[in-house]
Ligand binder design. Structure first.
Ligand code: AMP
Ligand code: ZN
Length: 112
């Protein structure tokens, strides 16, 4: 079972901030911004490549609610989902990073 499935099953603790029947939101363990939340569907999809449009419809509403509850909806935020090797995906369970709470910079190509 993957790491995030274990969080869904409460086998591994997480700092959960929102949950419903289908989705879970929790604080990223290694935050890259003042607000850094991960939102996942409870059902395992490896990445965005596999997800069904119905799940994306549900995740949209869920993320909007999380943004309102954490009060970043008006100041602004960024949603990122990394896909595969070039996308920099480390955990192979579809997740959406919600980043905010400060002016974000961008760095999209690894020049190192
Ligand atoms: P990605 O590189 O898009 O796969 O992002 C994986 C994210 O999961 C990283 O930002 C990690 O800091 C985060 N992460 C890894 N393990 C945990 C955990 N146990 N609880 C919360 N976040 C985690
Ligand atoms: Zn999983």
């Amino acid at each position: 079972m993957c790491l995030f499935c274990k969080i869904v099953n409460k086998e591994i603790p997480a700092n959960i901030i929102a949950e419903d029947e289908k989705f879970l939101a929790f604080h990223d363990i290694n935050p890259k911004a003042p607000v850094h939340i991960l939102t996942i569907p409870k059902v395992h999809f490896e990445s965005f490549n596999e997800v069904a449009p119905e799940t994306m419809a549900g995740v949209t509403t869920f993320i909007q609610k999380v943004a309102q509850e954490t009060k970043i909806d008006e100041s602004g935020y960024r949603i990122i989902t990394n896909i595969g090797e070039d996308g920099g995906q480390e955990v192979k369970h579809l997740h959406f990073h919600i980043l905010g709470g400060a002016k974000l910079t961008s760095c999209f190509v690894d020049n190192s």
